[in-house]
Design a protein around this ligand. Structure first.
Ligand SMILES: NC(=O)c1ccc[n+]([C@@H]2O[C@H](COP(=O)([O-])OP(=O)(O)OC[C@H]3O[C@@H](n4cnc5c(N)ncnc54)[C@H](O)[C@@H]3O)[C@@H](O)[C@H]2O)c1
Ligand SMILES: CC(=O)N[C@@H]1[C@@H](OP(=O)(O)OP(=O)(O)OC[C@H]2O[C@@H](n3ccc(=O)[nH]c3=O)[C@H](O)[C@@H]2O)O[C@H](CO)[C@@H](O)[C@@H]1O
Length: 448
């Protein structure tokens, strides 16, 4: 595709400001020597964040903490009530502290319907339709519909959701035009995909560099101003399509590299070699940095985002879709391993530890551990499932759980720090009680 492609209408070339192509957020007050005076930006006092889930809520909290008036909009009325009544609990201490802070109580209001504002941030889910793996943009479209009556000339619309390439051009621009506002001319449009790492959200939101794609320079600068109250990372400007692609390329890179590690682990299983050790040794090479094999790739991003690239260019995504399939089969590989342990036992009871999609988080979306437990239960095995981080499966003392359940086998699927420590502490007791222990997890995928 060339820059004259009509689908990129409105996009401009990278507008980078510093010598190194980036600029610290909000630190450029005036033009450089010989540069024309940039027109002043309208201040952003009130921000409407549409979708106050994993991505939208932390942004709403940080902006409210820094004195902005923030309206968090979510169709989940229970979530809205919990935010307003201060009863919401989140799994990260810094975010929980913000939730309970006076500034947030003063400045953040949650609602089920949008209202007017200076800037609108869209952070709603963009899942896949199963089994076709095509993007489901219905939440994005509904969110755009819902803000339409509240949009006014001069407002900023900034999409943070991860979206398939060309979504801004083909879905967001028409939605804004339908509101009677020409993106770029009358209303500003930016796409700044969120890249925070679950488990370290607060720190990454503040310190990560931001990619800001905009339909024009003013949109990009205004979006940078939105993040300025808290952002310590640098801002890199680009066009809308490149910002969409950047997010997808990042997650695809990670997914493909986990698949490579998983494929190595499968070779190791075939040869009866501990591939984790081989990978550790290979990583001493100065130009090798292999990721860790695991029981599968879960979460809301890696299992989904590579398919967005496949959607726009199926011909050139062979490696990417093969990697997806390798990662998707890893839970079945782990389940097979558990079955081998259970097969000789008569009517065994299993305690399964870990339901989150990765260590030290409470998120269960696309969790490989849950898939394995479901498979084992479908086989008829009695599996008691626990996870320290997941409210519905939580427990206080691992030892008390084990004494109560009296299992034949304990399987650690997710190496949460506390789980690993507790199992180490009770190892001798497990041995004495004749309880077999299998420990899976990143770095120890196949060979418990
Ligand atoms: N979870 C992550 O690690 C992560 C990280 C970076 C980017 N993203 C991307 O950010 C986007 C949001 O993901 P998330 O993890 O925050 O999802 P989430 O499910 O945690 O939160 C989304 C929220 O949007 C609400 N919602 C749905 N439709 C709505 C509508 N029409 N109006 C208002 N609210 C609506 C839902 O009720 C939910 O509370 C996705 O595109 C995702 O791919 C996610
Ligand atoms: C490029 C990148 O870093 N993107 C991050 C990613 O966040 P994430 O939490 O989804 O990513 P991971 O931590 O990689 O976990 C995913 C799954 O892969 C398994 N895994 C991991 C490493 C490994 O060596 N072996 C494995 O098996 C792990 O157990 C888990 O199931 O997407 C977010 C949303 O877009 C981003 O915002 C965020 O920056």
């Amino acid at each position: 595709m060339t820059s004259s492609d009509p689908r990129r209408d409105g996009a401009v070339d990278s507008a980078r400001s510093g010598d190194d192509g980036c600029e610290p957020a909000g630190t450029r007050d005036g033009p450089g020597p010989g540069e024309p005076e940039a027109p002043a930006l309208e201040p952003i006092e009130k921000v409407v964040v549409v979708g106050t889930g994993f991505v939208g809520l932390p942004l709403a909290l940080l902006l409210a903490d820094r004195g902005k008036r923030v309206v968090g909009v979510d169709i989940d009325s229970n979530l809205v009530r919990a935010i307003n009544e201060g009863t919401l609990h989140v799994d990260e201490a810094e975010l929980q502290a913000l939730l309970e802070s006076d500034a947030v109580e003063r400045n953040l209001e949650a609602r089920t319907e949008p209202t007017d504002g200076d800037a609108f941030v869209v952070s709603v889910p963009t899942p896949l339709t199963e089994p076709t793996k095509s993007p489901d943009l219905s939440a994005l479209e509904a969110a755009l519909d819902s803000i339409r009556p509240h949009l006014e000339p001069g407002d900023l619309v900034n999409v943070e959701s991860t979206v398939p390439p060309l979504t801004c051009a083909e879905t967001v621009v028409p939605a804004l035009e339908a509101a009677g506002l020409e993106p770029g001319a009358e209303i500003q449009l930016a796409h700044s995909p969120e890249r925070i790492l679950p488990g370290d959200v607060f720190a990454e939101l503040v310190t990560n560099d931001r990619i800001i794609g905009g339909i024009d320079e003013r949109s990009r600068r205004r979006a940078a101003a939105l993040y300025e109250p808290f952002l310590e990372g640098r801002v890199y400007y680009t066009d809308l399509l490149s910002a969409e692609l950047c997010k997808l390329v990042e997650n695809t890179y990670r997914d493909v590299n986990v698949a490579l590690a998983n494929e190595f682990a499968l070779i190791g299983e075939e040869l009866d070699v501990d591939m984790s050790e081989v990978i550790d040794l290979a990583n001493y090479h100065p130009r090798v940095d292999i990721l860790q094999p695991g029981i599968g790739v879960g979460g809301h991003c890696l299992p989904i985002d590579p398919w967005f690239l496949n959607e726009v260019d199926p011909e050139h995504t062979n490696l990417i879709t093969t990697a997806r399939r390798i990662n998707d089969k890893m839970p079945a590989v782990a389940a097979r391993k558990v079955r081998r342990t259970l097969a000789p036992l008569a009517d065994p009871t299993v305690v399964a530890l870990g339901a989150a999609y990765k260590p030290n988080v409470d998120d269960r979306r696309n969790s490989p551990a849950e898939r394995i437990v479901a498979d084992l239960r479908a086989d008829g095995y009695r599996v008691r499932h626990y996870d320290r981080h997941v409210d519905a499966l939580a427990y206080d003392e691992l030892r008390a759980v084990l004494e109560r359940e009296s299992p034949d086998v304990v399987v650690q699927f997710v190496p949460h720090e506390e789980t690993v420590a507790a199992l180490a502490e009770h190892r001798a007791w497990l041995d004495d009680a004749g309880i077999e222990l299998l420990q899976f997890g990143v770095g120890n995928p196949i060979e418990p």
